[in-house]
Design a protein around this ligand. Structure first.
Ligand code: ZN
Length: 361
């Protein structure tokens, strides 16, 4: 099985797949799903959907097709059990590892004629740029309420217990430029506004929220008082909707008050890109998954994450009872990104065992 996992992983990873350019990788997974006997369609957003009839309640299996920029030119290197990048790009295993696990589990289920529940496969687009594929995923033709998202989060097999909300806040400060050698009272320095804004950076709300100021742009010349500053910030939080709204408000007010003091203005563009969610350890699919892990002598683990995934869209926003199982990818999005073949094999085998267990009930 390891050879098959390796070959599928290399096939997928060497296909260019930047967000919004998932055409080639969609064609590949469509072909694979059709060869495995699934009924395959594409929804309006471009997500690839596969259906395989079975017994009992339907299960959704999801992984995303797109990759962070550059999203292309990946040349994975096999180093024993470890797959790494050639150092010029990230590995691309986010989320080709997830796609590989689903395809190889289907392959085993089909070749060994394992009785399984009806399966709805959803390979989504545009996850990395705002979960747009999962948000628009058209499930109208399928009765499905439960499922698993395969994506990188923690050690292979670890379930994500909670996912944080994600709010993007762009701000623009405006002041008045003057020559710094002339009458300073005639100008309004935006850096002064920025310095006076009393907002927390990093952790706040007793560790429930994280605020990051990712980019700052200001100024035109050394010898001019800067009159404009733009910043891209983000707020990640486990807080509920109304408590989060208060934190976002507090953050924005700190700039508004500073602008008022110094004499400038501030405008905000706020976009909530992901809704927080939490997973109930007692829900049936999760209990079955736990049973599978423990039966093979593994340690069942759940951990919370500030990193958004399709589970935020499918569960947080759309109310489907999905949870994320970690694919075992490390240092994702960097040139140091790695994944172990044995980890992908482990998670694939767990999925096969889970489907077998559900099919026998
Ligand atoms: Zn991912």
């Amino acid at each position: 099985m390891k050879e098959q996992i390796q070959s599928t992983f290399i096939d997928l990873t060497t296909i260019d797949a930047p967000s919004k350019n998932e055409g080639a990788i969609s064609a590949y997974v469509t072909d694979r799903l059709e060869k495995l006997g699934l009924e395959v369609s594409k929804d309006q957003k471009g997500n690839v959907l596969g259906f395989l009839p079975g017994v009992g309640e339907s299960i959704l299996l999801n992984a995303h097709l797109d990759r962070v920029l550059p999203g292309k030119g990946h040349m994975p290197i096999i180093d024993g059990d470890v797959v790494k990048s050639d150092g010029t790009t990230n590995l691309g295993s986010d989320d080709t590892a997830g796609v590989t696990i689903i395809l190889e589990a289907l392959s085993k289920v089909q070749s060994e004629k394992i009785t399984h529940p009806p399966l709805v496969i959803a390979f989504t687009v545009e996850e990395e740029i705002g979960l747009w594929g999962a948000k628009a995923l058209d499930l109208t033709r399928h009765e499905v309420q439960r499922g698993i998202v395969y994506d990188n989060a923690f050690e292979a097999g670890t379930v994500v217990s909670r996912g944080a909300a994600y709010v993007a806040v762009d701000l623009e400060l405006k002041g008045k430029s003057i020559h710094p050698g002339k009458d300073l009272s005639a100008g309004v320095n935006v850096i002064e506004i920025f310095r006076k804004a009393d907002f927390p950076i990093g952790e706040t709300d007793s560790g429930q929220t994280r605020i990051n100021m990712g980019t700052l742009n200001s100024g035109t010349a050394r010898n001019a008082v800067p009159d404009k500053l733009t910043a891209q910030s983000e707020i990640r939080s486990f807080l509920d909707e109304s408590a989060l709204a208060q934190t976002v408000d507090r953050f924005q007010r700190s700039f508004a008050q500073a602008a008022e003091k110094v004499g400038g203005t501030v405008t905000f563009t706020t976009k909530k890109l992901a809704v927080a969610y939490s997973v109930d350890p007692e829900e049936p699919l999760l209990k079955a998954y736990r049973e599978v892990v423990e039966r093979r002598g593994g340690k069942f683990e759940m951990k919370e994450t500030f990193v958004a995934s399709d589970a935020n869209a499918l569960r947080g926003e759309r109310g489907l009872h999905v949870f994320t199982v970690s694919t075992g990818v490390f240092n994702e999005h960097s040139t140091e990104e790695t994944v172990r073949l044995s980890d992908m094999e482990l998670v694939t085998n767990d999925l096969v065992s889970l489907l077998e267990l559900l099919g026998s009930r």
